[in-house]
Ligand binder design. Structure first.
Ligand code: FMN
Length: 174
Protein backbone atom coordinates (compact mmCIF):
# COMPACT_ATOMS: atom_id res chain seq x y z
CA UNK A 1 0.00 0.00 0.00
CA UNK A 2 1.56 3.29 -0.95
CA UNK A 3 -1.17 5.72 0.01
CA UNK A 4 -0.94 5.37 3.81
CA UNK A 5 1.58 6.19 6.52
CA UNK A 6 1.67 5.74 10.31
CA UNK A 7 2.80 8.33 12.82
CA UNK A 8 3.73 6.69 16.13
CA UNK A 9 4.26 8.16 19.60
CA UNK A 10 4.85 6.08 22.72
CA UNK A 11 7.24 6.38 25.64
CA UNK A 12 8.96 3.27 24.25
CA UNK A 13 9.49 2.10 20.68
CA UNK A 14 9.27 -1.64 21.23
CA UNK A 15 6.49 -1.76 23.81
CA UNK A 16 2.90 -2.81 23.27
CA UNK A 17 1.98 -0.05 20.86
CA UNK A 18 5.22 -0.44 18.91
CA UNK A 19 4.64 -4.16 18.43
CA UNK A 20 1.03 -3.59 17.48
CA UNK A 21 1.79 -1.02 14.77
CA UNK A 22 4.74 -3.02 13.43
CA UNK A 23 2.35 -5.92 12.79
CA UNK A 24 -0.28 -3.70 11.17
CA UNK A 25 2.22 -1.64 9.17
CA UNK A 26 3.96 -4.83 8.04
CA UNK A 27 0.70 -6.14 6.63
CA UNK A 28 -0.12 -2.85 4.94
CA UNK A 29 3.46 -2.39 3.74
CA UNK A 30 3.63 1.15 5.08
CA UNK A 31 6.22 3.30 6.82
CA UNK A 32 6.04 4.06 10.56
CA UNK A 33 7.38 7.43 11.63
CA UNK A 34 8.47 7.57 15.27
CA UNK A 35 7.85 11.02 16.75
CA UNK A 36 10.54 10.43 19.36
CA UNK A 37 13.10 10.67 16.56
CA UNK A 38 11.82 14.12 15.63
CA UNK A 39 12.51 17.42 17.22
CA UNK A 40 8.98 18.76 17.65
CA UNK A 41 8.47 21.19 20.48
CA UNK A 42 5.18 22.14 22.14
CA UNK A 43 2.86 24.70 20.62
CA UNK A 44 4.18 28.25 20.96
CA UNK A 45 1.89 31.27 20.47
CA UNK A 46 4.88 33.19 19.10
CA UNK A 47 5.91 30.36 16.74
CA UNK A 48 9.55 30.56 17.71
CA UNK A 49 9.66 26.82 16.98
CA UNK A 50 8.58 27.15 13.35
CA UNK A 51 11.86 25.73 12.07
CA UNK A 52 11.76 22.49 14.03
CA UNK A 53 10.77 19.14 12.48
CA UNK A 54 7.00 19.70 12.54
CA UNK A 55 6.53 21.30 9.13
CA UNK A 56 8.84 18.95 7.18
CA UNK A 57 7.10 16.00 8.82
CA UNK A 58 3.67 17.38 7.94
CA UNK A 59 4.77 17.90 4.34
CA UNK A 60 5.82 14.26 4.28
CA UNK A 61 2.51 13.04 5.76
CA UNK A 62 0.54 15.14 3.29
CA UNK A 63 1.97 13.06 0.46
CA UNK A 64 -0.36 10.26 1.64
CA UNK A 65 -4.14 9.87 1.51
CA UNK A 66 -4.42 8.00 4.81
CA UNK A 67 -2.68 8.88 8.05
CA UNK A 68 -2.71 6.39 10.91
CA UNK A 69 -2.19 7.95 14.35
CA UNK A 70 -0.60 5.44 16.71
CA UNK A 71 -0.49 5.96 20.47
CA UNK A 72 -1.05 4.18 23.76
CA UNK A 73 -3.77 5.49 26.05
CA UNK A 74 -2.01 7.42 28.79
CA UNK A 75 -4.40 8.88 31.37
CA UNK A 76 -7.46 8.77 29.11
CA UNK A 77 -5.65 10.61 26.36
CA UNK A 78 -2.92 10.15 23.78
CA UNK A 79 0.77 10.05 24.70
CA UNK A 80 2.41 13.40 25.42
CA UNK A 81 4.41 13.23 22.19
CA UNK A 82 1.24 12.66 20.16
CA UNK A 83 -0.52 15.50 21.95
CA UNK A 84 2.35 17.86 21.20
CA UNK A 85 2.23 16.84 17.55
CA UNK A 86 -1.54 17.39 17.35
CA UNK A 87 -1.33 20.73 19.17
CA UNK A 88 1.10 21.93 16.52
CA UNK A 89 -1.56 21.69 13.82
CA UNK A 90 -2.72 24.98 15.37
CA UNK A 91 0.23 26.54 13.53
CA UNK A 92 -1.82 26.04 10.36
CA UNK A 93 -4.73 27.97 11.81
CA UNK A 94 -2.56 30.83 13.09
CA UNK A 95 -0.16 31.57 10.27
CA UNK A 96 -1.45 32.91 6.96
CA UNK A 97 1.46 31.42 5.02
CA UNK A 98 0.69 27.94 6.37
CA UNK A 99 -3.06 27.94 5.86
CA UNK A 100 -2.82 26.26 2.45
CA UNK A 101 -0.79 23.43 3.94
CA UNK A 102 -3.37 23.00 6.69
CA UNK A 103 -6.18 22.88 4.16
CA UNK A 104 -4.55 19.87 2.51
CA UNK A 105 -5.52 17.85 5.59
CA UNK A 106 -9.13 18.23 4.50
CA UNK A 107 -8.76 15.51 1.91
CA UNK A 108 -7.18 12.94 4.21
CA UNK A 109 -8.48 9.89 6.01
CA UNK A 110 -7.44 9.51 9.66
CA UNK A 111 -7.28 6.29 11.67
CA UNK A 112 -6.25 5.41 15.23
CA UNK A 113 -4.15 2.45 16.34
CA UNK A 114 -3.98 2.27 20.13
CA UNK A 115 -3.29 0.06 23.14
CA UNK A 116 -4.30 0.25 26.78
CA UNK A 117 -4.99 -2.02 29.72
CA UNK A 118 -8.75 -1.81 29.36
CA UNK A 119 -11.15 -3.96 27.38
CA UNK A 120 -11.68 -1.17 24.86
CA UNK A 121 -10.17 2.20 24.08
CA UNK A 122 -11.50 4.83 26.43
CA UNK A 123 -14.30 6.80 24.77
CA UNK A 124 -12.91 10.20 25.82
CA UNK A 125 -9.58 9.25 24.22
CA UNK A 126 -11.23 8.18 20.95
CA UNK A 127 -13.63 11.11 20.88
CA UNK A 128 -10.97 13.76 21.46
CA UNK A 129 -8.95 12.45 18.53
CA UNK A 130 -12.00 11.93 16.32
CA UNK A 131 -13.26 15.45 17.06
CA UNK A 132 -9.83 16.86 16.29
CA UNK A 133 -9.65 15.06 12.95
CA UNK A 134 -13.11 16.28 12.05
CA UNK A 135 -12.29 19.85 13.09
CA UNK A 136 -9.31 19.71 10.76
CA UNK A 137 -11.59 18.45 7.99
CA UNK A 138 -10.14 14.96 7.92
CA UNK A 139 -12.43 11.97 7.53
CA UNK A 140 -12.24 9.63 10.51
CA UNK A 141 -11.95 6.02 9.38
CA UNK A 142 -12.04 4.21 12.73
CA UNK A 143 -9.69 2.63 15.23
CA UNK A 144 -8.20 -0.63 16.33
CA UNK A 145 -7.30 -1.30 19.95
CA UNK A 146 -5.20 -3.92 21.73
CA UNK A 147 -6.01 -4.72 25.33
CA UNK A 148 -2.60 -5.29 26.94
CA UNK A 149 -3.87 -5.89 30.46
CA UNK A 150 -2.07 -9.25 30.49
CA UNK A 151 0.74 -8.15 28.20
CA UNK A 152 0.83 -7.99 24.42
CA UNK A 153 -0.93 -11.13 23.15
CA UNK A 154 -1.10 -10.84 19.41
CA UNK A 155 -3.54 -13.67 18.70
CA UNK A 156 -6.16 -11.90 20.82
CA UNK A 157 -6.26 -8.98 18.41
CA UNK A 158 -6.30 -10.86 15.10
CA UNK A 159 -10.01 -10.48 14.35
CA UNK A 160 -10.06 -6.75 15.13
CA UNK A 161 -6.87 -6.19 13.19
CA UNK A 162 -8.22 -8.04 10.15
CA UNK A 163 -11.31 -5.87 10.00
CA UNK A 164 -9.22 -2.73 10.57
CA UNK A 165 -6.85 -3.74 7.75
CA UNK A 166 -9.77 -4.32 5.38
CA UNK A 167 -11.26 -0.98 6.24
CA UNK A 168 -7.96 0.86 5.69
CA UNK A 169 -7.39 -0.94 2.39
CA UNK A 170 -10.91 -0.39 1.08
CA UNK A 171 -11.73 3.08 2.32
CA UNK A 172 -11.31 6.26 0.36
CA UNK A 173 -12.05 9.91 1.01
CA UNK A 174 -15.37 10.67 -0.68
C1 FMN B 1 1.58 7.08 31.99
C2 FMN B 1 0.63 5.95 31.71
C3 FMN B 1 -0.73 6.20 31.75
C4 FMN B 1 -1.62 5.17 31.44
N1 FMN B 1 -2.97 5.45 31.44
C5 FMN B 1 -3.85 4.48 31.08
C6 FMN B 1 -5.25 4.74 31.02
O1 FMN B 1 -5.72 5.85 31.26
N2 FMN B 1 -6.09 3.73 30.67
C7 FMN B 1 -5.62 2.46 30.40
O2 FMN B 1 -6.41 1.56 30.09
N3 FMN B 1 -4.28 2.19 30.40
C8 FMN B 1 -3.39 3.16 30.74
N4 FMN B 1 -2.04 2.89 30.76
C9 FMN B 1 -1.58 1.58 30.28
C10 FMN B 1 -1.08 1.67 28.84
O3 FMN B 1 -2.04 2.25 28.00
C11 FMN B 1 -0.76 0.28 28.27
O4 FMN B 1 0.13 -0.41 29.11
C12 FMN B 1 -0.18 0.41 26.86
O5 FMN B 1 -0.28 -0.82 26.20
C13 FMN B 1 1.27 0.88 26.91
O6 FMN B 1 1.77 0.99 25.62
P1 FMN B 1 3.34 1.23 25.40
O7 FMN B 1 4.02 -0.08 25.72
O8 FMN B 1 3.48 1.60 23.95
O9 FMN B 1 3.71 2.33 26.35
C14 FMN B 1 -1.14 3.89 31.10
C15 FMN B 1 0.24 3.64 31.10
C16 FMN B 1 1.11 4.66 31.39
C17 FMN B 1 2.61 4.37 31.37
Amino acid sequence: MNNAIAVFASARRNGNTGKFIDWIAGDLGIEVIDLSEKNISPYDYDHRNINDDFLPLMQQLLEYEKIIFVTPVYWYGPSAQMKIFIDRTSDFLDLEELKDIGRRLRKKMAYIVCTSISSDADSSFINSLKDTFEYLGMKYGGYVHANCENGYIQENYRQDVNSFLSSVKESAYV
